[in-house]
Ligand binder design. Structure first.
Ligand SMILES: Cc1cc2nc3c(=O)[nH]c(=O)nc-3n(C[C@H](O)[C@H](O)[C@H](O)COP(=O)(O)OP(=O)(O)OC[C@H]3O[C@@H](n4cnc5c(N)ncnc54)[C@H](O)[C@@H]3O)c2cc1C
Length: 400
């Protein structure tokens, strides 16, 4: 018999306790707009144009979109949001979300900001993980070339070594600060190189506990077996495997490229297959919990529920350090806050960065919310239900 109550994601009072009436209405309006992808596309286009022309529109974006999905423009800016999440038992994962900058200068400055996130996470329980993307630290075209086995010239070799050094420096800094660090998964055509470096980091720094985590995209047909091989390597070499499980964010790009270049797409043939491998990998990780520390990175209610039940069935403490749930800031609060309220470890990716530079991230979030069937409707309905619940509350408490 399982003595612990099951988690329900229906409780909107718990889900939105951190939100004022005004902020609830604002989020609800934004998710309503997401029912009209065409209007949003036009909005994103006009925003980009407006910013380029120097029109004074930053305030509008900040108020209506940026604040929904981002913690602020700098680590310091994020502090009130980190406090707010912590008040309800939800951790923050500072995610520097500036994308698409491709100069050596920008790689160096990105590394400095990520180092700053490591420093600010040190000894701070409110920030249980740090994260970065290798594409922010080096030229992905070179990683791709390397993965293809093409010969690199000496300049390219040097640039690749610089990128790897940045990655290894971040691992070392995280290890010194005793801060867990995860590496996001990206496109399959350079992911092998990233995996190799992350494996090296794990072998070096995960001897006593998991410091370095890699990400596994279960929309890839080969990912479950890759996860199992990574586990075997960890067993063979005596280190802990740090795993972040996600479904994967680049489905269209992967399929399109495979089609264009005429190779079989690495992506599963259906959503059901992705779901099956995601849930099987949850089972695999928990069955091997003596060796694997893992994060379940999903908004999917069923997968989250499955993991809550597995944790209880395995007789584990709900707040066992080896297992975390994670969602993105501004999305699926009904999942995050209800899980935290039930005693599970939960953290939210908290993107930050200069407003104009996180626009690509914001537009991806909007795309995702409009593309994933039912995502924006689900958010909208939950927010609306909470607005109604608050409206229906008696204005004055009843006198007994
Ligand atoms: C904390 C966190 C960290 C993340 N980190 C990463 C990361 O490092 N790298 C990364 O790529 N993504 C990352 N993501 C994004 C993630 O991969 C998903 O894109 C996103 O979370 C939506 O999936 P879901 O499981 O939440 O929801 P669901 O709605 O259950 O699943 C949607 C996902 O299912 C898959 N899918 C949809 N249709 C099909 C189909 N026809 N065939 C096969 N598969 C299909 C796609 O992956 C799609 O994104 C992260 C997400 C979270 C919450």
């Amino acid at each position: 018999m399982n003595p612990k109550p099951n988690v329900s994601f229906e409780n909107t009072e718990v889900a939105y306790a951190h939100k004022s009436d005004r902020s609830l209405r604002k989020s609800c309006r934004l998710y309503w707009w997401m029912h009209f992808p065409i209007l949003l596309e036009i909005g994103i286009f006009l925003t980009n144009l407006g910013l380029k022309l120097g029109l004074p529109i930053k305030g509008i974006i900040r108020e209506n979109v940026f604040r929904q999905f981002c913690g602020g423009e700098s680590v310091k800016d994020c502090q009130p949001v980190i406090d707010e999440l912590a008040e309800y038992g939800v951790g923050a994962i500072l995610d520097y979300s500036v994308e698409g900058k491709t100069s050596e200068e920008s790689y160096t400055s990105n590394e400095a900001v990520i180092l700053e996130t490591i420093k600010s996470s040190k000894g701070d329980e409110r920030i249980p993980f740090t994260v970065f993307k290798v594409s922010g630290l080096g030229d992905t075209a070179l990683l791709e070339k390397k993965q293809q086995g093409a010969k690199l010239n000496s300049k390219e070799e040097k640039a690749l070594i610089s990128t790897k050094s940045r990655v290894l420096r971040l691992f070392e800094a995280a290890f010194e600060a005793k801060v867990r660090i995860m590496v996001d998964a990206e496109e399959s055509w350079f992911q092998d190189v990233v995996d190799e470096w992350v494996d090296e980091g794990m072998a070096r720094y995960n001897k006593d506990t998991a410091i370095v985590y890699n990400s596994y995209q279960m929309y890839r047909r080969d990912m479950l077996s890759r996860l199992k091989s990574a586990h075997m390597r960890a067993v063979a070499h005596g280190y802990y495997l740090g795993v972040k499980l996600v479904r994967g964010a680049y489905l269209e790009k992967e399929n399109k490229r495979a089609h264009k270049k005429g190779y079989p797409s690495p992506i599963q043939t259906s959503k059901a297959d992705t779901d099956k491998d995601f849930d099987t990998s949850l089972q695999f990780c928990i069955n091997n919990k003596q060796r694997i520390y893992f994060i379940c990175g999903t908004h999917n209610e069923l997968s989250n529920t499955i993991l809550t039940e597995l944790i209880d069935l395995h007789g584990m403490q709900r707040n066992d350090e080896r297992i975390y749930f994670a969602q993105l800031y501004g999305m699926s609060d009904h999942v995050s806050f209800n899980l935290a309220n039930a005693g599970f470890n939960v953290a939210k990716y908290l993107p930050f960065g200069p407003l104009a530079e996180v626009l690509p991230y914001l537009s991806r979030r909007i795309d995702e919310n409009t593309a994933i069937a039912g995502q924006s409707s689900r958010e909208y309905k939950k927010l609306k239900a909470e607005i109604k619940r608050r409206k229906d509350l008696p204005k004055f408490p009843k006198i007994a």
